[in-house]
Design a protein around this ligand. Structure first.
Ligand code: GN1
Ligand code: MG
Length: 371
């Protein structure tokens, strides 16, 4: 297997035991590699970067190196005050000193350290787990908040700029194949009507940014629950993984993404739409956890757009899945036909639930912001 050959190019002691597929990413291919010496074992994460999504893998690695070194330094300095051992993976260089290995097909591979004795989950397990998800995100945003945005590459242009995804959808719909996919099911046609009703609203965060109300800051970009590592021994969050999209953005994208991911008990791949809803009981501990760190850096304007962020990011992810379905599944990995359409319907159902519960969610936000 190619991954096994590539694994041996990284600077890790011992002999290769296995390389197994790992995790549930929708974009990159992820493996866990196990190496053994005569007296020890080392496990690490090996990833093939999806170069159709990330055209400049070198940018990702430069950001990752800078961000992880910055965070590691800060965590060391703060360690004596912390209630846990915070972690963040480090980049493992190749034996030739490079951060990336390019294979014979021009594919880019990297290795990062494994956060051991910890797991992430596809769905929130308890209110305590929800609190940890918010707490870990707030902590990460705080740790990277003093990195000047100009020092970060834009690893994925247009990421989370919602109106841009509308343009992608429109372009896909303008093709004969796109029209055929749209009219192949009533569900797809219904999704388009859902999008159309929210077309003018969906620039809400970008408009606030253009007016200067919201500013670009370093963000994580993908703080879904599956990226939050929970310590097996203590049940506490120890780090957030998947740093490809750490780049300049609005912190609202992170906040909204954390909530849309954590508060849907049925998960992103739900088949039964009646199980999909926004759980307002779970959103309370997440927001409390987040604000434990974020309270110090949220401005009045930031606070004003927190509800919209939740609604928008659920809608946006639905729009991204739907646009990809119409375009012929060119971005997100799929295992079966129609998977991106099902994923879009889940996110649109969640968006509807967020809209119906707006009053309750705003009350939770107001209480938490006051407290
Ligand atoms: C993708 O590959 P993965 O699972 O880390 C996507 C996120 C979505 C997420 C939904 C670069 O992340 O934006 O929220 O799927 N990442 C990219 O599961 O597009
Ligand atoms: Mg990701």
């Amino acid at each position: 297997m190619k991954a096994a050959l590539i694994a041996q190019k990284f600077d890790v002691a011992g002999r290769l035991v296995t390389v197994e597929p790992h995790g549930s990413g929708n974009v990159n291919d992820t493996y866990m590699a196990i190496f053994r010496t005569t007296f020890s074992e080392e496990r690490f994460i090996l990833q093939r970067i999806n170069k159709h999504v990330f055209p400049q893998p070198g940018y990702i690695m430069e950001n990752m190196r800078m961000v992880t070194e910055h965070v590691h330094r800060k965590l060391e300095r703060e360690a004596h005050l912390a209630d846990r051992i915070w972690q963040l993976p480090r980049v493992i260089p190749a034996k030739n000193g490079d951060d990336l290995v390019v294979d014979g097909d021009g594919e880019y591979w990297r290795a990062i350290s494994l956060i051991a004795s910890a797991h992430s989950y596809e769905r929130v397990q308890s209110p305590e787990h929800a609190f940890e998800a918010g707490f870990v995100l707030g902590q990460f945003q705080r740790l990277i908040s003093d990195i000047p945005v100009e020092r970060l590459h834009d690893t994925l242009e247009g990421f989370h700029v919602t109106p841009g995804y509308l343009e992608k959808l429109d372009a896909a719909l303008a093709t004969a194949e796109g029209q055929a996919r749209l009219h192949s099911s009533v569900e797809a046609e219904r999704c388009l009507r859902f999008v159309e009703k929210r077309r003018t609203w969906c620039s809400i965060l970008e408009d606030a940014r253009s007016r200067g109300e919201l500013q670009l800051r370093p963000i994580h970009g993908d703080p879904k629950i599956a990226n939050v590592m929970i310590d097996d021994a203590t049940g506490k969050g120890t780090c957030i993984i998947d740093l490809d999209t750490v780049k300049p953005g609005l912190i609202h994208y992170d906040f909204g993404d954390c909530l849309r991911s954590c508060c849907n008990p049925a998960g992103e791949e739900a088949r039964d739409l009646s199980q999909v809803y926004f759980d307002t009981d779970l959103c309370r501990p997440i927001i409390r956890g987040y604000l434990a760190h974020a309270r110090t850096f949220l401005t009045e304007a930031d606070r004003h757009y927190l509800f919209d962020a939740i609604r928008l990011i659920a809608f946006e992810l639905g729009l991204r899945f739907f646009a990809d379905y119409i375009a012929g599944d060119v971005y997100f990995k799929t295992r079966h036909d129609g998977q991106n359409l099902s994923r879009a319907r889940v996110q649109f159902r969640l968006t509807e639930s967020i809209e119906m519960r707006e009053g309750a969610i705003r009350r939770v936000l107001d209480e938490a912001l006051k407290g």
